[in-house]
Write a protein that binds this ligand. Structure first.
Ligand code: HEC
Length: 222
């Protein structure tokens, strides 16, 4: 009986210690990451999302975009993400500290979206493009497997002579019909604000040196 108790507490202590170890080491490495102030221009990175983009982050979460899209760019030597123009650099843990829920994702049915708002990598991927893609994916990407999200839009008769300023300019094959217009709802506007905000363009000097391949010893003095 005495041995039984010792065994029980021994096993309990081993499990408790390893559990605490996992938590503490992760918290030590990642939990204290803060924003970084660029010494040259005093700007703080990662910059916070705008209020609308932050609402869009929740729409993204709500609609389960993460089932088909990742938001993590693997660095040089760990896959072809950079060659696919999914980013200008690999993602750092620090990129995600502003997000309450991180949408890393694990399945890549569609492309990685971590930098989808970076017009240098995706020329033409502006708000208009995202609206059309969400309403009718094949209107911008023929043969696309991306599901349509038409429920994020209102289709209604044009009031007056001119269509609304926010009405989508769709190719006639995708337009709803004469006298009708497609207008994004507030959820679509927030989601598109989020998509256009997705770009990790700042390269943190501290992260860059940490992730760089081991420096070759210098020849000679300084
Ligand atoms: C069933 C899987 C699936 C789901 C769910 C999905 N997508 Fe996609 N998405 C795709 C595929 C596949 C593509 C590639 C389209 C193509 O064939 O060019 C794509 C393309 C995109 C692109 C264009 C990327 C580029 O590089 O041009 C964006 C932006 C996008 N999706 C956003 C979203 C958002 C936002 C959601 C959630 C509302 C979402 N997707 C949900 C599969 C999906």
């Amino acid at each position: 009986m005495k041995n039984g108790l010792v065994l029980f507490f021994g096993v309990f202590a081993a499990l408790a210690l390893s559990w605490a170890g996992v938590l503490l080491s992760a918290s030590q490495q990642l939990g204290r990451l803060g924003q970084f102030k660029d010494p040259t221009d005093d700007t703080i990175y990662p910059q916070p999302l705008s209020g609308l983009a932050n609402q869009g982050r929740l729409v993204y979460q709500d609609l389960g975009c993460v089932t088909c899209h990742t938001q993590q760019v693997r660095r040089e030597g760990f896959g072809a993400d950079l060659a696919r123009k999914w980013g200008q650099r690999g993602s750092y843990a620090r990129d995600y500290i502003r997000d309450e829920t991180v949408h890393l994702g694990s399945s890549r049915v569609g492309p990685d979206l971590r930098n989808v708002g970076n017009l240098e990598l995706h020329p033409g991927a502006d708000a208009d493009y995202f609206y059309k893609l969400l309403y009718a994916p094949t209107s911008v990407a023929p043969g696309s497997l991306m599901p349509a999200h038409a429920f994020l839009f209102d289709v209604h008769p044009v009031a007056g002579r001119q269509p609304s300023a926010s009405a989508l300019k769709l190719p006639s094959r995708f337009a709803p019909g004469p006298g009708l217009e497609v207008v994004p709802t507030a959820r679509a506007q927030a989601l598109v604000a989020y998509l256009t905000s997705l770009k990790d363009t700042y390269d943190y000097p501290i992260e860059r040196s940490r992730n760089a391949p081991a420096a070759k010893p210098k020849e000679g003095g300084h």
